[in-house]
Design a binder for this molecule. Sequence first.
Ligand code: PHE
Length: 366
Amino acid sequence: MTDITSQTQAALAAIGAATSLETLEEQRLDALGKKGWVSLALKTLGGMSPEERTAAAPAIQSARAAIADALDIRKAALEAAELEARLARETLDLTLPAAASPKGSVHPVSQVMDELAEIFADLGFAVATGPEIEDDWHNFTALNMDETHPARAMHDTFYFPDKTSDGKDILLRTHTSPVQIRSMLDQGAPIRIIAPGRVYRSDSDATHTPMFHQVEGLVIDRDIHLGHLKWTLETFFKAFFEREDIVLRLRPSYFPFTEPSVEVDVGYSTEGGRRVVGGHGDAPGHAWMEIGGSGMVNARVLEFAGVDPAEYQGFAFGLGIDRIAMLKYGMNDLRAFFDGDGRWLAHYGFSPFDQPTLSAGVGAKA
Ligand code: PHE
C-alpha cells in the first residue's frame, strides 16, 4: 500500500516537473503504458481473492486516476507554452517582397476571347452572355427547331434528367445561338452583340471535345443585308490574324435559324506543315477552310424573340473559338486545350500583362 502511495507521489512529481511533451510521454508509458507499473498492479487484482481485491483495488484505481489527471493537466500546460513560444518566434514581415513570382498564365482560349471582345467592341458590339444550362425552348424551339426537327438529333445534346417547372427539357447548350434569343427578348431591336462562351456536345476526337467554345454574333437593325455580314467578318479576321490578305468565301448552306444560310470559308496555304490563313482559296498552293456558320436571321426566329420582321432584319454568325485560336497560335490537337498540363500552358499561355488592345496589337505573344 505505502509502496503504491510513494510510487504515485514520485510519478506525480515527475509529471509536474516534465518540461517537454516527450518526457511527459515517457512518464505516461512508465505508469499507464501496457507494461507500466499501474497497469501491472491492476493486472495482479485478477489473481486475488475477493477480500484481498476489495482491499487493494481502491488504492490502485485512485493512483491510476490521479496520474491520468496530472498527465492531462501537464500536457495542456506544455502545449499552451509551446504555442506561446511559437507565436513569439514566428513573425511574418508583410512588407518583404514575395520570394517567388506567380507562375500562372492566361489560357489561349481566354486570350482569344479578350481579343475578340476588343476587336468587336471597336466595331460597336457589346458582349452578351447566357446560361450554359439552358432549356430546349431557347436552345432549339425559338431557333426554329421544334421537337421533331431533324437538326436536333445532329446536336448530340447532353440532357438533364429533370425538367423546368413549366415542363421544358433542361440541357447543356449545344451552341451560343440561344444567346441571340435571350438578347432580343431582353433588349429588343436594334442590337449589336457578340456572345463568347462554352458549349457542349457529346462528341470527342482530335478535333472535337465534349466542351468547346463558340462566339455568336448578332446584328439586328433596319436594312441589314448579307454584305454587312461579309464585311464584318472580313474586318474582324483581318484584325484578328493581323494581316490584310484575308479572303472569305460564303458558301450556301442550311441552318434552321437563318435564311439564307451561308458557311464561311477562309483561304489559307500550308507552310511547314502548318496552316497559315491568308490569300484566295482558289489561288495556287491555297485552299478553303470552313471557319463558321452564318446567315440572315430567319423571320420566324425574330417573331419568337419578339422582334417585328416587317421592320427589322439582321445577320447572325457562329465561330469556333478553339479552332481560330489553333489557327492563330499554331496548336494542332484540340484536346490539349483542356488537359490542364502545366507544360502546355507554359508554352502556349499568355502573360496576364499581355492585354490585347487595338493600339498595341491583339496578337502580341508573351
Ligand atoms: N449555331 C450554329 C452551330 O453551332 C452556328 C451558327 C450561328 C449558324 C449563327 C448560323 C448563325 O453550328
